[in-house]
Write a protein that binds this ligand. Sequence first.
Ligand code: PMP
Length: 394
Amino acid sequence: MLNDLPSQAEDKILALMAQFRADPRDDKIDLGVGVYRNAHGHTPIMRAVKSAETILLETQETKSYVALAGDPAFTRAMADLVLGDVVAQNRIAAAATPGGTGAVRLAFDLVRMANPDARVFVPGPTWPNHLSILDYLGMPTVTYRYFDSTTCEVDVAGLLEDMGDLRAGDAVLLHGCCHNPTGANLALTDWQAVIDIITTKGALPIIDIAYQGFGDGLDDDAAATRLVASSCPETLIAASCSKNFGIYRERTGLLMAVSNDASSCDLAQGNLAYLNRQTYSFPPDHGARLVTMILEDETLRADWQAELANMRAGMLSLRQQLASELRTLSNSDRFDFLAGHRGMFSRLGASPEQVARMREDHGIYMVGDSRINIAGLNTDTVPVLARAMIDAGV
Ligand code: PMP
């Protein structure tokens, strides 16, 4: 019977990583994988996470199950981190999930259960896993224009025009900040226009926020999510702790369903627990507990925020260095968008042939759509990338 299974396409980024490992060149540069790296190419365990783990090792007395929707203290801490005080806690139903991916999956499942005919509007492009999960669930998708490959900025007019096709009962997927894979983001005033369309049409916003703290700061990066959640009657928010707490393999995420009233909040809560139960029963707890401890403890939280601020500043300064190198080399400002993009990624706007040339001639590895991981660079490799881009004719 197992012979009858369909064969699955290989993950493009994992295939690229394998190709990188097999490259014998000493000066090769990996800008492919979506994981934060420091200047030494290392993905460190954050100090506050280490401290919380040490405390947990000493103090935790049981590993018994927690609750189907996870620990309510984790929900409270994360709701506060993501939403601040813009939404009353009693309007928030939530479930802890294995990573942000688990939260995204749960969000789509919930939409499908509430409205089997829902279409999901997705940005063009989006994180490829969004599309493959939707495809797996058999949910129809509509791509709205997002990235303008000429300017490497958001095509706001195209986006608003395409959202005009929304119908009541559809869902709209939005990246809360630090858009993956492009790095291009809507300004807060554009978000207001998006909210106006969504509410007029009676659609449901789903916000995927996987990089809070990687763009302009914890509050700035959450501003759009807060605006949506406080303006729309209902909002789904899938939050990931993988990047901002650096706990990728602990699989820590949360889906929040901001509801219109207490009775729909109860219904959503029951369905979130039900969906967790059908999928994996209890969600993982270790990462969620560390996050809760850090957010609830003044000293740990301050240390975490300081380290996160340092990581963010490093990525911003690499962006500025790259834009400035390219300004000199190209004698133009056409790469200034790199300094304006936010988060770990930027799409360079290079063709697949140019991407291949940079890989073959310079040992620089990036995803085929020309997405680079800014955190894969350091001050020494930025000029190498800039030169390679110009050589490849980008
Ligand atoms: N959404 C987006 C846009 C992402 O880039 C990622 C991480 N690649 C995730 C969700 C989920 O990440 P994780 O499951 O590792 O928390």
